[in-house]
Design a protein around this ligand. Sequence first.
Ligand code: 5GP
Ligand code: ZN
Length: 122
Amino acid sequence: MVTGTSGCVFCGIVAGRLPSRRILEDEHTVAFLDIRPAAPGHTLVVPREHVRDLWDVSATVHGQVAAMVHRVAGLLATALTPDGINVKHNSGSAAGQDVFHFHTHVVPRWQHDGLDLTWRSP
Ligand code: 5GP
Ligand code: ZN
């Protein structure tokens, strides 16, 4: 399967070579639904540029991702009316990072949803 930079699956999604369910995008970032959601509406926000992790991302790009996370939170609040939201990022395999293209998880939460905050990707 053709992916993206260095065989990166999220580069493939950004380039449109791999399928995803995009919910928002701008010049710098893309937001799409996680393929194995921890909760309904679980969204990933990625920079279009391939950067590996929190040490690799510039402050500028980090800010662009943060701005998109903010937009996604607003969209999810309107669409799904959750009771809360978690914004989570993993850098390094020890922290649970499985895909080494920087991304931030945006996870809608509901009272008593029982979601384990220590969740990580399967
Ligand atoms: P990490 O553990 O690296 O913080 O999170 C990676 C996330 O990417 C996981 O939640 C996983 O379900 C998601 N993911 C992995 N591959 C794909 C894919 O091909 N498409 C989508 N939409 N999500 C993916
Ligand atoms: Zn990438």
